[in-house]
Design a protein. Structure first.
Length: 102
């Protein structure tokens, strides 16, 4: 995708970041490609291991989601502040250039 300018790029970039910043912490289906008795046993073992690890991974993923949210908010805040400063400087330059021409 081509973007017209830096502002369009930043808007699209932050939109993408907001969409992917959160880790999916929902359960997932456990499947085994091998069929038969071996496959059924492996699915049971994997479900048992996942049941034991779920608490720890859920905590880590929750913390990661908090970190991602805070980092994204900080980036957006800094970007907004810099955009306002640049806009103010552009306005000031235009006023000064307009005054110099008179």
């Amino acid at each position: 995708m081509t973007l017209k300018d830096d502002e369009s790029f930043m808007q699209q970039y932050f939109l993408c970041l907001r969409q992917i910043s959160q880790v999916d912490i929902n359960d997932f289906e456990i499947v085994e490609k091998r069929g038969g008795i071996v496959g059924a046993v492996l699915v049971k073992v994997k479900k048992c291991v996942w049941g034991l690890l779920r608490f720890y991974t859920y905590r880590m993923w929750s913390q990661q989601n908090q970190i991602n949210s805070l980092m994204l908010a900080a980036l957006e805040t800094v970007n907004d502040r810099h955009k306002r400063e640049v806009d103010a400087l552009k306005t000031r330059i235009e006023k000064l250039e307009g005054g110099a021409k008179q």
